[in-house]
Design a protein around this ligand. Sequence first.
Ligand SMILES: [Zn+2]
Length: 347
Amino acid sequence: MTPSNPAKTAKQHVDRGVKRVVLGDLSFHTWYHSLYPEELVSKDSELLYVCSWCFRYTCAAGAYATHVKLCDRRTTPPGIKVYEHGGYAVWEIDGEDDKLFAQNLSLFSKLFLDHKSVFFDVSSFLYYVLTFVDPKAPEKYHVLGYFSKEKLSWDPNNLACILIFPPYQHRRLGRLLMGVSYKLSAWEWDPGLIGGPERPLSELGLRSYTRFWEERLARHFLLGPPKGEQGKVVQQKQATMKAAARKTPARERMTVQEIGLATGMLTEDVITALKSMGIVEPEHTRNKRNTTSNDHENAGETVVIRKANVLEWTKIHNVALRDPVREDGFIGEWASGNLQLQQESEG
Ligand SMILES: [Zn+2]
């Protein structure tokens, strides 16, 4: 479910089999046990060679060297490109169409994910793979990580699994993928699909997501809706809110539900982030609710956000307000103009 970290290494299984992987030009330690078939990866094989493009694997250095020269994914991943900016791109891959790729990617990622997951049912998932092309070496592309998403989910899940491969962690790339997952859950569409990651979240996952939500809210409170055509839709939704806020310029009085609608976040996630930020001022009005009500019942509750407090929070936590996701980076049906058109034809 979540990005794990090397600090957990001590806790991992002793019998994890593969202890080290070679992925393209990189070699690094594994963290957890994966489910590679024993006939191909025997229990005592400690080093595994994995193709950095198609994720096929072998224990034999010779076979690996031969494959890398011939790999049919040398130039581009499978699927279609849905996002591209600054050398980073996200590709949507249907697990049904590219089963082997999806299985091999899942097997590889399990080496770094501490949770059980149904890896073999890849056909009911979409995979969003993050790639990078270094402008100084444009002949090669690198896969940095991915997230998966169930095609049909009864819950409002916009993400099932997320992993940035260990050598590429701590570069805000997880937040880039989380941002893309929210965008792709189409929360800007009317009536708007509000979503969030699949539960339960691990401790580390909750921490990563809480930070992502906090930054998303801070950006929303200080900068308003994302730039781009679809921002207008959100602006319309917020018009009433803004009109009310105009009376009290430095403070915004709104409900948790309204914040969720404007940011595409579940109300429970808005509450988690607001609590963690500690920026909500108590509302001393007639709206005061029963204090025994739980978070879900609080969705309609009015909260007061003072912009100065949000700004202070961003300074204390050294938060960059710039969105890691660029609206103009979306391609095809997700591009700003197209989204607007679809919305108009549906409306
Ligand atoms: Zn390959």
